[in-house]
Design a protein around this ligand. Structure first.
Ligand SMILES: Cc1cc2nc3c(=O)[nH]c(=O)nc-3n(C[C@H](O)[C@H](O)[C@H](O)COP(=O)(O)OP(=O)(O)OC[C@H]3O[C@@H](n4cnc5c(N)ncnc54)[C@H](O)[C@@H]3O)c2cc1C
Ligand SMILES: NC(=O)c1ccc[n+]([C@@H]2O[C@H](COP(=O)([O-])OP(=O)(O)OC[C@H]3O[C@@H](n4cnc5c(N)ncnc54)[C@H](O)[C@@H]3O)[C@@H](O)[C@H]2O)c1
Length: 466
């Protein structure tokens, strides 16, 4: 008889856990996965997928307006928020079911239950004792609201997907991924949007040229930004709400969205009983192999609070299953991970920002700002910014950044080149696809400046598509 009920027990059926459990089961391991809330986790249920559907919905509104300039006689009409919510929720339900089926089809056992540690090899799974030789913690994260009076009157990103109607006025606190994405969504659907944040520009940590370009684009779209502000209290005011800010300013809104970050889901896992160490922020501490302070217990995905992105979570889950059960030990790289912010317009990036690169040595900057052909016709104020950060000595492209339509779609291919170590000359000898915005990445002939000298944000672009 086997010493343990399972070879591998995965806690959490999100992006990381499902991939790890499915691949391990495919290698013949006896695998179980427990999911307390929804199969597919954050990304499928309250993250990437329903968010992107709302981003798409918002885009259609602007396209309907643009269409007239191209000769279409289109009456835009009113947006039906309930119809969007129904289509979105149906897709989420479909995908969530697929995630659970992926596991059972691979031969894994699934538990619709919360799991927590009793001891290093034993779990309480919905009241049942289950033992496993190895355990993977893949419990993801959850939103946090600021500790201010009345915070409960506001919603978090999960709450966005429960809204029954479009708020006429929405105040969004924060300027990270979630805040700027939903600012674009709600503005595009027709809400009055107030964006309140502590910094001077949105998206801390991103390349400064992208931050400046997004700031400008949001202003052009009518998103009202309140920079250098901290929320102090949220109160009811008649039918609506009012948010008091540190400056004394008061923002009136129907809905207040706190997009103020996420914390790892570790508080109720019984990690002390397992002897698993967590950081001051509650993230499970792991080594390069994703092993915790207990060598047979691993942690993957957002619960480790490293790069909190779905493709990173699945890559790490897959590599761990290959390593433990597939006789092919390997690690997923955290270097040069492409990412996109689905703001309006979107930003996509791979590699180092100008600031990060310049801190390592001399770099050249190639920058282009232009109005894409579509918008020379539509007359919508919609500029594209593209940028390459190039190592002066090796000529390697250390970073590529773009704000503009289709940035995420374009950056995936650029990401391959950067991961492969392409030089600026490799980019230059690649023939462009014409007429596209993407071709600008291979026609940036003239060095704009050496790093450190600020870019002018004037109207002129250097690109052929200007
Ligand atoms: C609004 C929003 C938009 C996003 N958009 C994008 C995007 O466009 N692109 C992108 O790459 N990333 C995006 N992300 C981030 C992405 O969703 C996460 O990085 C990803 O879901 C992490 O996967 P995970 O498996 O680590 O955690 P999760 O997907 O959170 O899965 C963890 C699962 O564990 C379950 N669980 C927790 N505790 C227990 C327990 N004790 N027992 C059993 N089950 C438990 C939870 O219910 C959950 O289902 C977005 C996130 C949010 C919030
Ligand atoms: N497109 C994508 O890939 C995508 C989309 C959404 C989320 N995500 C992932 O989810 C993570 C979480 O997103 P997020 O936007 O919630 O977090 P974030 O950490 O990116 O941004 C949090 C924002 O809240 C602000 N903030 C924090 N505490 C505050 C307080 N007390 N008062 C006022 N402001 C406060 C921060 O200054 C920051 O602007 C992201 O870091 C990202 O990894 C990815």
């Amino acid at each position: 008889m086997a010493a343990y009920d399972f070879d591998l027990f995965v806690i959490g059926g999100g992006s990381a856990g499902v991939r790890c459990g499915r691949i391990a089961a495919g290698y013949g391991a006896r695998v179980a996965v427990a999911e307390a809330r929804f199969w597919g986790g954050t990304c499928v249920n309250v993250g990437c997928v329903p968010k992107k559907i709302m981003v798409n919905a918002a885009e259609y509104g602007a396209w309907a307006d643009d269409a007239r300039a191209f000769g279409w006689d289109i009456a835009k009409g009113a947006h039906d928020f309930a119809a969007l919510a129904a289509a979105r929720d149906a897709e989420v339900t479909r995908l969530s079911a697929i995630y659970s089926r992926l596991l059972t089809n691979a031969g894994a056992t699934v538990f619709d239950a919360r799991a927590s540690f009793i001891d290093p090899h034993t779990l309480d799974v919905g009241g049942k004792r289950v033992t496993a030789e190895r355990i993977v913690i893949a419990t993801g994260g959850q939103t946090v609201k600021p500790l201010i009076p009345g915070a409960d009157l506001g919603i978090d990103s999960d709450g966005v997907f429960l809204l029954k109607t479009l708020p006429k006025r929405i105040a969004i606190v924060g300027s990270g991924y979630i805040a700027v994405e939903f600012a674009g969504v709600f503005r595009g659907l027709g809400s009055e949007v107030e964006l309140i944040y502590r910094a001077e520009r949105p998206l801390r940590g991103f390349d400064e040229d992208m931050r400046a370009a997004l700031d400008e684009a949001m202003e052009a779209d009518g998103i009202r930004q309140h920079r250098g502000e901290t929320p102090e209290a949220l109160e009811r005011a008649g039918e609506g709400l009012q948010l008091r800010l540190s400056s004394g300013r008061v923002i009136a809104a129907d809905t207040v969205l706190f997009a103020t970050g996420r914390v790892p889901n570790t508080a109720t896992l019984g990690l002390e009983a397992a002897g698993v160490t967590v950081s001051a922020t509650g993230a499970v501490v792991v080594d390069a192999e994703h092993a915790t302070s207990q060598p047979h217990i691993f942690a993957i995905g957002d619960v480790t609070d490293r790069l909190n992105l779905t493709p990173m979570a699945t890559a790490v889950g897959h590599a761990l299953a290959d390593t433990l059960f597939g006789k092919t030990p390997r690690r997923a790289s955290y270097e040069n991970v492409p990412t996109a912010v689905f703001s309006s317009p979107p930003i996509a990036t791979v590699g180092l920002t100008e600031e990060e690169a310049a801190a390592r040595g001399p770099v050249d900057i190639y920058l282009s700002r232009f109005t894409p052909l579509r918008h020379t016709i539509s007359k919508r104020t919609r500029r594209t910014t593209m940028k390459l950060v190039v190592d002066q000595k090796t000529r390697r492209v250390l970073g590529a950044h773009m704000l503009g339509d289709d940035a995420a779609e374009i950056m995936q291919g650029i990401g391959i080149a950067v991961v492969m170590g392409a030089t600026k000359e490799d980019f230059d000898r690649t023939i462009g696809i014409h007429p596209t915005a993407a071709e600008e990445f291979v026609t940036l002939r003239t060095r704009t400046r050496e790093a450190g000298i600020p870019a002018p944000h004037g109207p002129a672009g250097t690109g052929a598509s200007t």
